[in-house]
Design a protein around this ligand. Structure first.
Ligand SMILES: Cc1ncc(COP(=O)(O)O)c(C=O)c1O
Length: 956
């Protein structure tokens, strides 16, 4: 190569993506290391990570690509997918994402980088968007209340089954499932039922006697049925009630714009996918499921629920209601492990409803129904018979000997149809169908035929839905644009300031990682499209799985779980299947440290395990003596230990290898919760610490944005002996081993459409960049601990006096001297423009701070300055210069309205309230509400939209 080309390449190579992803540059790193007294970053790492598990070997990954190169690389995968018009149905449909929503929500970091709205005051925008979603879904379903999303239709149905069992008064262990349920829904229910000893009985439509014979605790129905049939479900639902069961109906929400809703037929629970409300199919996900129920069951509902309350000034304000932290509170008694859900997708679906309104939805549904009638007319005119005379969007055609030829002709014309069986074809029409496509479809059969008359009259919807003003007020694009902006501006997301949430890893979600997910070749692929049309996805999945296997040190990876908690459940099922295959199925004890995340015990219970809690010592480490005692007490029944590493206390426990060895010696398996993987990548690995299986939260360490509470992806990696026991899927042979235990998610590869994000992250960082990111995450956390230590006690440190990638500061001491509680500090941070760190978890009265590698020293210093300034305010209260009951912390956050009101009667000035540090005069975030009253909201539970004035009046 000529000399100047080499020089060119050297300059080009200096332009590394890792330098954009990682916040602190060389000078900032040096300054932080000097403050810590470490000579180098390696010195800090050696002091922090136990030598027994620290590796110097570089990760076996491809060298880094630039942002331009990764897009070219992903285009190659995309080109290997074939985008056909998939009219397969089965719960996945072509849809049209309103472009104003696509650009301003799905492609907007103001929405996609937000965190779960636990801090309600800085999350009013997304809470309102979710309230819209809840209102829309409850009213479409004809139910009293709906939650703010679940993971997918199949798991939502399984959650309904769990609820039905929790409230069941009898002894039934039978789940009756309609034979016209989507097959993936049935399969997920079966996987969830097996470890709990529940069995499934198939029931033909309208077979009331079979329901009576089955005497189930739950009856699960599909509306319209999987092959398109629509029938009144009232008698089946009544039969379920007579048998003492709850009736769960999985319903297509768009059909409900025209059809009598299941709630009016007596259903207890209505679930379904809102994918066709503007969210692309994406080879299976992510999409938001909805879950709606009767008022009397609302306190048993899984997932998060947005409710209306008031703030400290009596103004209406939203916040998460009731069981927000269900698994944290109820742990192994929780009936569900759901944590991360599908908030961003629910927000999009909600905005789809806002954009179209009830009349728009009805128009779309009517158009789809007409398209189905037109195709049905052509098919019947050509002599084919319909399996169901009453249909909405799906027709099932008895095509006999012509089935193969018809399928082939359809494919040649660009359509994927569903082969229901050897002699039946399913065609599901959707919103995206064009005049030309419709013509092309009818010519598969005959031209010139009339559309069939609508068969829906007896089941026509009569009740109104989506009557709230929000569903009528934003029809022009300007109105919508401004509504979206207004909501976005109420919230703090990563595009405003760092979100230092411990255990949540709110790192950069780079633009280059996000761009490919809306490409048609990734977005418009049906999860059950023929395998030869999805080779690009397949290759992407294989490459990402290999990369993740190398990062974790494991033999195999399943990408199916669509959240961390789903990964936990999947991994525990792998352990369960492994023990059973060795004739040790009686092992059913799962050891879990007291510091574990609430999803751990909840998942263990779902996997049929008995949970035994292991204590922690004063340093926050697992109490080895207690571990030994519990192991010997339960040796014969020991199935697994679940452990988070570094621990949820934010330290690398030096005894980790010993802990794993002892569990193995007793015949148990080690499950590692990978939520804290951001402290491991490239420095050590789950395999190196001795684990057998772990989940990764790709929505933490691997850059999938948090989306305000989802989507997530929680793949599991397993050692070779567990590889035969991974999830698989009935609709795709290559989604897992033939010896697997069935699916745990509706789609074969879970939330496939967002896999380009972690793939791009890993490829752009390369092996060195990933190790560097981990090291800087640890440096940043230790620098914060160092700066805050004089003002707030650091609760736990490891053997070398350092923390891992996060630190816990103890705020409990302030209560006695000043009356200040940790919540006051969290709310005061909002006045400083920051989202609070994780509050009161895993230790009540503390804040857990995780800066990630993506925050610069300047941003970290700004946060530390804010925390130190707050500590000075606390000191003033302690010194008696500020009253205990009237100070900037107790009254936080402060709104613009109160600061500009005529009267100001506080012991401190308006300036102190709003601008306590100089940077705030130029970059001020204004909280839209004062502190939200949780108790009021739970006492007066309102979980759907109504004119806001109603709530204001109620508060007076
Ligand atoms: C330690 C730990 N384990 C498990 C989970 C559950 O993960 P997910 O929310 O993706 O279900 C979390 C989530 O924050 C966590 O912090």
């Amino acid at each position: 190569m000529p000399h100047d080309f080499a020089a060119f390449d050297t300059i080009l190579a200096a332009d590394r993506f890792a330098d954009r992803h990682i916040g602190p540059g060389t000078a900032e790193r040096d300054a932080m290391l000097r403050a810590l007294g470490d000579a180098s970053i390696e010195a800090l790492i050696t002091r922090t990570v136990p030598g027994a598990i620290l590796t110097q070997n570089p990760l076996d990954l491809a060298p880094p690509l630039t942002e331009g190169e990764i897009l070219d690389d992903l285009r190659i995968f995309a080109a290997k997918n074939q985008v056909k018009r998939s009219l397969i149905g089965l719960g996945y449909h072509g849809t049209v994402t309103p472009l104003v929503v696509l650009r301003n929500v799905l492609e907007n970091p103001g929405w996609y980088t937000a965190y779960t709205p636990y801090q309600a005051e800085i999350a009013q925008g997304r809470l309102e968007a979710l309230l819209n979603f809840q209102t829309m879904m409850a009213e479409l379903a004809g139910m009293a209340i709906a939650n703010a999303s679940l993971l997918d239709e199949a798991t939502a149905a399984a959650e309904g089954v769990a609820l039905a069992h929790a409230v069941h008064k009898g002894k039934s262990t039978t789940i009756a499932v309609a034979t016209d349920l989507h097959p993936q829904t049935r399969a997920v229910i079966a996987t969830r039922a097996a470890p709990l000893g529940w069995t499934l009985t198939d029931i033909e439509p309208d077979d009331i006697a079979a329901i009576e014979r089955a005497a189930p605790f739950a009856l699960v129905l599909q509306y319209p049925g999987t092959t398109g049939g629509v029938r009144d479900l009232t008698t089946e639902i009544t039969a379920a009630h007579t048998a003492g069961a709850l009736a769960i109906v999985a319903a297509d929400p768009l059909s409900l714009a025209l059809l009598k809703p299941p709630g009016e037929m007596g259903a207890d629970i209505v679930v379904g996918s809102t994918q066709r409300f503007g969210v692309p199919m994406g080879f299976g996900g992510p999409h938001a499921a909805y879950f709606a129920t009767r008022d009397s069951l609302k306190r048993h509902m899984a997932g998060r629920l947005v409710g209306v309350s008031i703030d400290a000034a009596g103004a209406p304000a939203l916040r998460l209601a009731l069981q927000t932290r269900e698994q944290h509170i109820r742990r192994e008694k929780a009936t569900s492990n759901i944590c991360t859900a599908q908030v961003l997708l629910a927000v999009i679906a909600g905005f789809y409803g806002v954009w179209h309104g009830p009349d728009g939805l009805a128009r779309i549904a009517t158009r789809i129904h007409l398209a189905a009638r037109i195709v049905a007319g052509a098919a019947t005119a050509a002599g084919f018979t319909l399996r169901h005379d009453t249909f909405f969007d799906t027709i099932a055609l008895e095509t006999g000997a012509q089935t193969d030829a018809l399928m082939a002709r359809a494919l040649a014309a660009g359509f994927n149809l569903r082969r229901i069986d050897a002699t039946t074809i399913g065609i599901t029409l959707d919103e995206a169908i064009t005049h030309a496509e419709l013509k092309s479809l009818t010519t598969l059969f005959t031209t010139g035929a009339e559309a069939l008359a609508s068969p829906l009259a007896p089941l026509t919807r009569r009740s109104a839905f989506m009557t709230a003003p929000v569903f009528h007020a934003h029809r022009s694009e300007h109105a919508m644009l401004r509504y979206l902006k207004r909501l976005e501006d109420k919230d703090i997301a990563l595009n405003r300031s760092m979100i230092p949430l411990g255990s949540c890893t709110m790192k950069l979600n780079a633009t280059a990682e996000m761009i490919p997910i809306t490409w048609r070749a990734f977005a418009d692929i049906h999860p059950f499209a023929p395998a030869d049309q999805t080779e690009g996805y397949r290759a992407l999945i294989e490459t990402l799985s290999t990369d993740l296997a190398r990062i974790t040190g494991f033999a195999a990876v399943s990408l199916q779980p669509n959240s961390g908690a789903q990964g936990e459940f999947a991994g525990l099922l792998s352990i369960r299947a492994y023990h059973a295959a060795r004739g040790e199925g009686a092992r059913d004890i799962c050891l879990i440290p007291s510091s574990a995340h609430g999803t751990n015990p909840a998942s263990a219970t779902m996997a049929g395990y008995r949970v035994v809690v292991i204590g922690c010592d004063k340093a926050g480490n697992i109490d080895l003596a207690d571990l030994d005692a519990k192991i010997s007490q339960h040796a014969e029944h020991l199935a697994a230990l679940m452990i988070t590493y570094p621990s949820t206390h934010g330290v690398f426990e030096s005894t980790i290898r010993t802990i794993c060895d002892r569990v193995h010696a007793a015949g148990g398996q080690v499950y590692m919760d990978g939520a804290n993987m951001n402290a491991q990548v490239g420095l050590t690995s789950p395999a190196a610490i001795g684990a057998d299986v772990c989940h990764l939260n790709l929505h933490k360490t691997f850059c999938i944005p948090h989306g305000g509470g989802g989507p997530g992806v929680g793949p599991i990696g397993v050692a070779a002996h567990l590889a035969p026991h991974l999830p698989n899927h009935p609709m795709r042979d290559d989604a897992g081993p033939a010896t697997g235990y069935g699916p745990i998610a509706a789609a074969p590869f879970g939330s496939a459409s967002i896999l380009p994000i972690p793939y791009a992250y890993i490829r752009m960082m390369g092996p060195e960049g990933l190790r560097e990111a981990t090291s800087i995450a640890i440096l940043n956390a230790n620098y914060i601990a160092h700066r805050l230590a004089p003002h707030y006690p650091i609760l736990y440190t490891g053997a070398g006096g350092t923390v891992a990638h996060e630190c816990i500061i103890d705020c409990r001491g302030f209560q006695a001297t000043t009356g200040i509680q940790v919540e006051d500090i969290a709310k005061r941070l909002q006045d400083y423009g920051f989202h609070a760190p994780t509050m009161s978890w895993p230790v009540p009265g503390t804040l857990m701070i995780e800066p990630t590698e993506s925050e610069s020293k300047a941003e970290i210093d700004r946060f530390c300055d804010a925390m130190i300034s707050i500590s000075t305010e606390i000191a003033a209260i302690a010194a008696g210069t500020m009253p205990r009951d009237d100070n900037p912390l107790k009254n936080a956050p402060h709104t613009a309205a109160e600061l500009t009101a005529t009267t100001w009667s506080h012991s401190y000035t308006r300036e102190q309230a709003a601008f306590p540090l100089p940077y705030l005069t130029t970059t001020k975030y204004w909280p839209p509400v004062k502190r939200v009253d949780n108790v009021y909201g739970d006492r007066n539970l309102v979980c759907s939209c109504a004119p806001m004035t109603d709530y204001a009046a109620a508060a007076e």
